[in-house]
Design a protein around this ligand. Structure first.
Ligand SMILES: [Zn+2]
Ligand SMILES: [Zn+2]
Length: 170
């Protein structure tokens, strides 16, 4: 769903979406389980730059809830993760901060993004929010033993005998 600046000039836009798996492209690392519920609104923010000039920013406010699955960083088994996140984001037109690197770096912390062309792709913004909500390296449980580096056996399911063989060599 493209949120157009042009439409926001007229009125703010509310959205209540139930996104099925596949609506957002998470790549191979992450899978969405069931619908992702998204409620929020988009509105135009005129940011003044000088006395007459202003930049048209898109403010995106809302919350998302759903469930995703990613692979355990140690044993590669699927790990379910609840995603509940509220967001309040500001998107500037791409290129407007060009030549002001220092400014944009410090403002990155206040969650400023950029949109390109006529507007912002809602799914793209949501994708980022989901990725921020899940841990970079998820583990199925704290005591996960992972895979044997020699034979690839899932050590949670039992030993593989590699360790004993190595000791025999010594
Ligand atoms: Zn694991
Ligand atoms: Zn092994």
């Amino acid at each position: 769903m493209l949120i157009r600046v042009q439409d926001l000039e007229i009125r703010r836009q509310e959205f209540h979406e139930q996104l099925p798996p596949g609506a957002i492209d998470f790549g191979a690392e992450l899978r969405q389980l069931g619908v992702m519920k998204v409620d929020g609104r988009a509105e135009l923010v005129r940011e003044h730059r000088g006395s007459r000039e202003y930049v048209r920013d898109i403010r995106l406010v809302g919350e998302l809830a759903g469930r995703v699955e990613l692979n355990c960083a140690r044993c590669l088994e699927p790990v379910g993760q609840e995603v509940n996140r509220s967001f309040d984001l500001l998107y500037r037109p791409l290129g407007v901060d060009r030549g002001k690197e220092e400014v944009s770096i410090s403002q990155a912390e206040t969650e400023i993004g950029y949109y390109q062309g006529e507007g912002l792709e809602l799914e793209e913004a949501l994708r980022e929010q989901v990725l921020l909500a899940v841990p970079l390296k998820a583990v199925c449980r704290a005591e996960c033993k992972g895979l044997c580096p020699h034979c690839g056996q899932n050590l949670n399911e039992g030993g593989c005998g590699c360790h004993e063989k190595q000791e025999d060599v010594r």
